[in-house]
Design a protein around this ligand. Structure first.
Ligand SMILES: C[C@H](O)[C@H](O)[C@H]1CNC2=NC(N)=NC(=O)C2=N1
Length: 113
């Protein structure tokens, strides 16, 4: 198995399912880059990237925006001159769903300069 998550697509989530348990989330973390960390109680996923300048930061941010719009699943982004912080959580269930891991895997696959 190379990356099962990266080949999947997000399924619209409007609630009605339980968030992933910490055990389920920890298991899925194995398919993501080691940059990603679980937020306490496995309520979200967080990662940070550093860049050489604002142009490179924004190129990456725009690529993330494309993933988010294509998958209809939207991370919280914090951006500065040379960094981008990403938090993924599924608002509708106030916790993690597989959608968060699918988006994270697709972000991992983006080219970075
Ligand atoms: C119907 C549609 O899938 C939902 O409104 C989506 C949009 N993007 C979303 N993004 C995130 N991060 N969490 C959500 O629950 C969410 N819901």
């Amino acid at each position: 198995m190379t990356c099962e998550l990266g080949g999947k697509h997000c399924v619209p989530c409007e609630g009605g399912i339980p968030p992933l348990t910490p055990e389920q989330a920890t298991s899925l973390m194995q398919q993501l880059d080691s940059k990603w960390n679980l937020i306490q109680d496995a309520s979200g996923l967080r990662a940070e990237w550093k860049f050489r300048d604002f142009y490179r930061t924004m190129s990456f941010v725009n690529a993330i925006a494309h993933v988010a719009n294509t998958e209809d699943h939207h991370p919280d982004l914090e951006i500065g001159y040379d960094y981008c912080r990403v938090v993924l959580t599924t608002h509708a269930i106030q916790g993690l769903s597989e959608n968060d891991f699918i988006c994270a895997a697709k972000i991992d696959a983006l080219p970075r300069t």
